[in-house]
Design a protein around this ligand. Structure first.
Ligand code: ADP
Ligand code: MG
Length: 563
């Protein structure tokens, strides 16, 4: 591509770069964004279908989870990727609602397309959308319901709603109970760190046999066959050290002049190991978790003392053990003392999912727990795990925020109603954008109805009527097709699922709408769009279409903003 500067042609873009401008760029990006939403649309809601995804190596994933589908699809178009990011943000911030968020952003783009055709400027649209999103958050806040941390029934309903329509659904009641117990036991006030919930998948049994271990499960066996399988009322030592004589000491050159000297040397080593074990026994420890090795001789002494020990424990397991039992991680075994020890009602070796593992239970502070998920086949267990992750996310978020909303399209319908009223107060052309935003939100209930095989127009009309009459919890029962009170039905979701979805969907849609020029250093379809995108160093000024001199920098900056 060349531009004229004086009478000298100036080359500003490399030959194989691609540029699409104006309306073409806008409609290309909108189409790409809508395509992403279309891809996950049929999975939404209790009656949504699953997708089977096969990657380039032949791995198969069967899932209903929006973010998983989009990640597996390896989408390359830059605008489409912005919609994928909406799902990723939703996953990180809340753990659930990924499909809804993507479907809403697709619909915001679709509504925008109509307004752009009517010559409403993209900037006006963007302003209207942002205003509507702000107002939407206030409205949702107003209609949300307060929940206490000890309101187990509602927490279980929230856990169950997130599993609806997924592989976990069959054992929803049991799993919801496990999820709520898991989150409650790791919760610290209303702070929840789900990293403290270990999810262990076990293939080869029924979902109904899943269980929660309040304590820590360590995938290790006791090191010596003479050690006990079970220690009750255990004083637990957690070591970040080895029960070995340092290698360097063994390797040190020894001049042996007669056999006695060698024996002395070996005796000395044995003596050191014996001292270490004595130190441990003296501290009162019955169980030892060592992050490093344990010498054969030390194993033997420990077994003689009736201590259950295991070695090469992963450091994050060690951290969890210390946290759960109240032990201090000791970095030098010779310094160990009674008050470094933690306590567990029981430490036992058991077969879990086909391998021998150590189970540390009845701990004072079950701030880390293990959820044992069982399922018939690997694909089944994997999909249950994804549903459980969503469920853990929503229960945690509810404990943190203390606010929930009815599900089944109730909040979207309420928002659409109130936003249409709000639009009147906005005026100007933005009013049209706010109305478009309201229409777009109804894609939620509409899709729930479509996926349930219902007439979406009938369902929407009925929903609107109920909300008009002041029933702001009225939602669509996807099983019967009736419009019912979702709060009474126990279909509830955290407020944050909806506010986050609206926020990310709006941001992504607005970002896409404001782009009027796509310059790719290479073929867009070829997936080389990264080439320009990685270069964030360019000056922000002189974007595409700016002065020729600024073009080079503008390209990096422009594309960087798109990634
Ligand atoms: P997402 O990835 O957005 O969470 P889901 O497939 O989990 O997608 O569907 C979530 C939608 O399904 C929400 O709008 C939620 O309110 C709705 N939903 C969940 N359970 C029910 C139910 N029993 N009846 C009607 N709608 C439900
Ligand atoms: Mg969900």
């Amino acid at each position: 591509m060349a531009q004229q500067m004086g009478n000298q042609p100036m080359i500003v873009l490399s030959e194989d770069s691609q540029r699409t401008s104006g309306d073409d760029a806008q409609s290309m990006n909108i189409t790409a964004g809508k395509a992403v939403a279309e891809a996950v649309r049929t999975t939404l809601g209790p009656k949504g279908m699953d997708k089977m995804l096969v990657d380039s190596t032949g791995n198969v994933v069967v899932t209903n989870d929006g973010v998983t589908i989009l990640k597996e699809m390896e989408i390359e178009h830059p605008a489409a990727n912005m919609i994928v990011e909406v799902a990723e943000t939703q996953e990180d911030e809340v753990g659930d609602g990924t499909t809804s968020a993507v479907v809403v952003s697709g619909e915001l783009l679709s509504e925008a397309e109509d307004l752009l055709d009517q010559d409403i400027h993209a900037t006006t649209l963007a302003q209207g959308y942002r205003q509507a999103a702000e107002e939407a958050k206030d409205i949702l806040e107003d209609v949300s319901i307060d929940v206490d941390a000890d309101d187990t029934e509602i927490l279980e309903q929230i856990a169950a709603t997130a599993m609806t329509g997924k592989g976990a659904e069959n054992a929803k009641d049991l799993l919801a109970d496990l999820v709520v117990r898991a989150v409650s036991s790791v919760a610290d006030g209303n702070e929840v760190d789900t990293d403290n919930i270990k999810v262990e998948k076990i293939v080869g049994s029924a979902v109904e046999n899943s269980e929660l271990v309040e304590g820590v499960l360590v995938d290790k066996e006791r090191v010596h066959e003479n050690m006990p399988y079970l220690v009750e009322d255990a004083d637990v030592a957690v070591l970040d050290d080895a029960l070995e004589v340092q290698e360097t000491e063994i390797d040190a050159e020894v001049n042996v002049t007669d056999p006695d000297q060698l024996q002395d040397f070996l005796d000395q080593e044995e003596e050191q190991l014996k001292e270490m074990v004595d130190q441990i026994v003296e501290s009162g420890a019955d169980v030892v978790f060592a992050q490093d090795g344990i010498d054969d001789m030390a194993q033997h002494y420990l077994a003689e003392e009736g201590v259950l020990a295991t070695r090469r424990v992963k450091s994050d397991d060690a951290t969890k053990l210390a946290r759960a039992t109240g032990a201090t991680v000791v970095s030098n075994v010779n310094d160990i003392e009674a008050d470094d020890l933690g306590f567990a009602g029981s430490v036992s070796q058991q077969e879990v999912g086909g391998s021998q593992q150590l189970l540390v239970e009845d701990v004072e502070n079950a701030k880390s727990v293990t959820l044992l998920l069982r399922g018939g086949t690997e694909h089944v267990v994997d999909e249950i795990e994804r549903a459980i992750e969503d469920s853990l996310g929503v229960v945690s978020v509810t404990l943190e925020d203390g606010k929930v909303l009815p599900g089944g399209g109730a909040p979207e319908t309420e928002l659409a109603l109130q936003l249409r009223q709000f639009a009147d107060s906005v005026g100007g052309r933005e009013q049209l954008a706010v109305e478009a935003f309201a229409d777009a939100l109804e894609v939620g209930p509409r899709t729930l109805a479509e996926n349930a095989g219902l007439d979406s127009i009938d369902s929407l009309v009925e929903l609107r009527r109920e909300h008009d009459a002041g029933n702001d919890a009225a939602g669509l029962d996807a099983y019967t097709g009736d419009v019912i009170d979702m709060e009474e039905e126990g279909v509830v979701e955290p407020l944050r699922v909806k506010t986050q979805a609206i926020e990310s969907a709006t941001e992504a849609a607005v970002m896409i709408l404001r782009i009027d020029d796509v310059i790719a250093a290479g073929d867009l379809k070829g997936g080389q769009v990264d080439a320009g995108g990685d270069d964030d160093g360019g000056p922000p000024a002189g974007g595409p279409g700016g002065a020729p001199g600024g073009m080079g920098g503008g390209m990096g900056g422009g594309m960087g903003g798109m990634m």
